[in-house]
Ligand binder design. Structure first.
Ligand SMILES: Nc1ncnc2c1ncn2[C@@H]1O[C@H](COP(=O)(O)OP(=O)(O)OP(=O)(O)O)[C@@H](O)[C@H]1O
Length: 637
């Protein structure tokens, strides 16, 4: 499948090539004079080249015709001087354009990155990462090269052709017109080429993006591929994708080759017709031999600008595709934005409420009901609420609404009675911190990862918060890493175990010292002993913080003051664990299935029995005392 169908942006109407490229002016901005000077240098160089034939004409018709070889010397020196100027201008053009080209590329890359940070999660759900990666790297590199060379040469070569043809006509209008008419097929070929090449250019750049996605996914999922012995399968899928990109590139190259045939052939035919006509005119005394020489010298100077049209046209079309692809992201509308006059809460109490909350994912088929179909839930300041429900019922989705990773489709989520949409996203995310089951760490030190949400802290204050958070999350293992808390934890923390990553992600949420802590099953990868110690520490933190915890394990439910049961898109019961066990059949069913799941987890069961499993800091001296006082099954019975 072609990547064009991969994202909604491909449905947007396409601008014409010039209008599309014209949008780059926003980023060229202050660099315009540098590009203009570069074009000027190139133009001077080309015009100087066009004057050389004039000198030749004067030399042939003057000293050479008069049989005075010594008079040739000044002409030769003049040609040498003009050639030197041309060479200098050529160097100046390249030199002038390097700085601004890279500056524009950097500006565009920063804008793209900022936009990607700003766009909501729903955008990233829809766009494959490779498509974004290829835009940020290869498309922007192509645009830089086009601005630096393609654009400058297109402008300069077109002017050179116009001036050159003007000179040819002024030398002899008949010869000039014949040259011009014979060159006309080039424009027709160019026009036909544009339509077909644009389409292929788009296809090839999208396919390159798909390929980048495939590489990214297979590197990311290398363990799964290896574990399931699917390396060969992944390779064959990749090969097929690479093959379709190759086919598109070959089709593109063939098209390019076709236009080159015309670009070389047409001027050659035009020149040979002009040569025949020119000789006839010279023989009949209509033009001098000098004019004939100058005519062909000028036509030779024009050969490169004319030949370059095909290459420059293809280059411009590739640049236009890259520009379209860049602006598809930049133009993406962000439906989750800050309000014009955001509300500010100095010290929130932490009352979190869901009122009539509805939510459905954008790609959810119409025949489905809303995933969240009228959720009402109030969590009092300082209260810990566990959220329980069958798998896939929308627990994670509900937690994501608190920090506006997604916006409700109806109803409201409020913090201290204020709709979360009334805050700036920065303020909201300062008050509500999240830790996810799938803990993502960045390629940075442990310290930077944990203090991600506290950029304002430094010195002793930072150290204090860091160490406290690490203690609460039972992440003492970091001190045993090669550089302790300054150890870089690698791409997405790959060098750490799942449980270690979860504890750092939990420490990050705790370090944010939020009014509301939202934990989406943050202890799932921990062994029983470590989980018990984290829970004991968390109990202290949660005493002063409002918390919403998605619970997949009965022991996590034990952390909560009350439990909310999510069922068929609504909260169907709220109460203490024992109340719900007594009153709700669905709750008993959910809890018993969670227990079955917990018991079926061999790794954790094994880890509890082992003396010092990889994912623990060793069973602490008091871990038995710290276990939740009773199992849920015990409570149920
Ligand atoms: N980004 C998304 N786009 C479309 N559908 C999604 C998206 N994320 C989740 N879903 C769907 O929404 C439903 C609820 O998912 P969610 O992750 O909220 O459930 P959950 O209760 O947290 O599940 P679990 O207990 O397994 O973690 C699922 O059917 C899931 O396929």
């Amino acid at each position: 499948m072609s990547a064009i169908s991969h994202h909604p942006a491909s449905d947007q109407p396409r601008l014409g090539t010039v209008r599309s490229l014209w949008r780059l002016r926003l980023y060229v901005g202050r660099s315009t004079p540098a590009f203009a000077f570069s074009a000027l240098a190139a133009l001077i160089g080309q015009l100087v080249a066009l004057t050389i034939p004039q000198v030749l004409e004067s030399m042939v018709d003057g000293p050479l015709a008069g049989g005075d070889p010594s008079a040739v010397v000044p002409f030769a020196l003049l040609v040498f001087g003009l050639g030197t100027v041309e060479a200098l201008m050529y160097g100046l053009r390249r030199w002038l354009v390097v700085g601004p080209g890279t500056r524009v590329e950097a500006r565009m890359r920063n804008a793209l990155y900022a936009k990607l940070q700003d766009l909501p999660v729903s955008f990233h759900d829809r766009w494959p990462s490779g498509q974004l990666l290829s835009r940020a790297v290869s498309d922007l590199g192509l645009i830089r090269r086009w601005l630096s060379f393609g654009l400058v040469l297109t402008v300069v070569n077109l002017i050179t052709i116009i001036v050159g043809v003007g000179i040819l006509i002024s030398m002899n209008w008949m010869l000039g017109l014949v040259f011009l008419v014979c060159s006309l097929p080039l424009w027709v070929v160019g026009y036909l080429f544009e339509g077909r090449y644009s389409e292929m250019s788009r296809r090839s750049q999208d396919q390159a993006g798909d390929l980048a996605t495939a590489v990214e996914e297979s590197v990311h999922g290398i363990r799964v591929l290896k574990a399931f012995g699917r390396g060969k399968h992944a390779l064959s899928t990749f090969r097929a994708q690479a093959e379709s990109l190759r086919s598109t590139e070959i089709a593109k190259a063939k098209l390019d080759a076709n236009i080159w045939v015309w670009l070389i052939l047409v001027p050659a035919v035009a020149l040979s017709i002009c040569l025949g006509l020119g000789i006839w005119l010279a023989a009949n005394g209509v033009i001098t031999v000098g004019t004939l020489v100058a005519f062909f010298a000028t036509a030779t100077v024009l050969a490169w600008p004319i030949e370059s049209i095909g290459f420059l046209l293809a280059f411009s079309l590739d640049a236009r595709t890259a520009t379209d692809r860049f602006f598809e992201v930049l133009d993406s509308e962000n439906e989750i934005v800050d309000p014009e006059a955001p509300r500010v809460l100095g010290e929130p109490h932490g009352a979190l409420s869901f009122t009539g909350v509805h939510f459905r994912y954008q790609d959810s088929p119409d025949r489905f009901d809303d995933l969240l179909d009228g959720v009402d839930l109030d969590i009092a300041p300082g209260e810990t609420m566990a959220l329980v429900g069958l798998t896939g019922c929308g627990k994670t989705t509900l937690t994501a609404l608190t920090t506006r990773l997604y916006d409700v489709t109806a109803g409201s989520v409020t913090l201290d009675g204020v709709d979360v949409r009334a805050f700036s996203r920065e303020e909201l995310r300062r008050h509500i911190a999240m830790a996810f089951e799938d803990a993502t760490l960045f390629s940075a030190s442990v310290r930077e990862n944990v203090l991600l949400g506290r950029p304002e802290l430094d010195g002793d204050a930072a150290e204090e918060v860091l160490h406290e958070a690490l203690r609460i999350a039972q992440a003492g293992f970091v001190h045993d890493l090669p550089d302790g808390i300054d150890t870089k934890v690698g791409e997405e923390g790959m060098s750490l175990s799942g449980g270690q990553r979860q504890r750092l992600a939990l420490a990050r949420a705790v370090a944010a010292k939020p009014a509301v802590l939202v934990l989406d099953d943050p202890l799932s990868a921990l062994d029983v002993a470590t989980e018990a110690r984290v829970e004991a520490e968390l109990r202290n933190v949660l005493a002063s913080t409002t918390a919403l915890i998605v619970a997949h394990r009965p022991s996590t439910v034990m952390l909560a003051d009350r439990v909310a049961l999510l069922e068929a898109g609504r909260i169907t019961a709220v109460g203490t664990h024992s109340e719900l066990l007594r009153e709700s059949e669905h709750y008993r069913f959910v809890i018993s299935s969670l227990e079955d799941e917990a018991e079926a987890r061999p790794v954790q069961a094994g880890a509890a029995a082992r003396p010092a499993p990889a994912d623990t800091d060793g069973p602490g001296p008091d871990h038995h005392e710290l276990r939740a006082p009773q199992t849920t099954r015990g409570a149920a019975s």
